[in-house]
Design a protein. Structure first.
Ligand code: ZN
Length: 173
């Protein structure tokens, strides 16, 4: 059983590009392993989610860590909302370690995830109601398919949602 569980964990990281920008997205293997634990394989499994952390500069967005889910989240088969207090605590904790809050992640009970209208609205209201340094946040949706096809990532701002083109990269170790 432990062997099987390990086998399902990604051994790769993910690199992303936008069609109209030179900035690169990198999602660490650790981040992928964290979110993969919550993929909705079981027919009764609820959505899970949390926050994404890392570093950002003009050339590269690096997602190095994911947090959540938390006790007190709102979770159902087709909806997820983080407990605001738990999310805030996670953000402050990572901030002390020099990691920036970069956005949100949650799972979908579908192989190849697409964003629901609810997801777009939730991201826009998050951006409108938060005091962020940046005006865009990442939204990552984790589907059931393995490899990069099971992931979808957008950069969401108040004006637009741009999807990253993802590919898997073998991790060094
Ligand atoms: Zn969703």
């Amino acid at each position: 059983m432990i062997f099987l569980f390990k086998r399902l964990m990604p051994k790769y990281s993910v690199i992303g590009y936008l069609a109209d920008a030179s900035q690169v997205l990198s999602i660490s293997r650790e981040t992928l392993q964290h979110v993969s634990r919550y993929r909705q394989f079981a027919p009764w499994a609820s959505e899970a989610g949390g926050q994404l952390f890392g570093t950002i500069n003009a050339a590269k967005v690096c997602v190095t860590e994911a947090s959540g889910p938390y006790a007190g989240d709102e979770r159902s088969r087709h909806q997820y909302r983080s407990s605001p207090t738990a999310a805030q605590r996670a953000i402050e904790d990572r901030h002390k370690r020099g990691l920036l809050y970069l956005g949100e992640w949650h799972t979908h009970a579908e192989d190849y995830p697409s964003a629901s209208g609810f997801d777009d609205d939730a991201m826009r209201s998050l951006i409108a109601n938060s005091q962020l340094n940046s005006n865009a946040l990442l939204m990552m949706i984790v589907g059931r398919a393995r490899s990069a096809e099971g992931l979808a990532v957008w950069s969401v701002s108040s004006e637009s949602a741009r999807q990253w083109i993802l590919s898997a990269e073998l991790a060094e170790t």
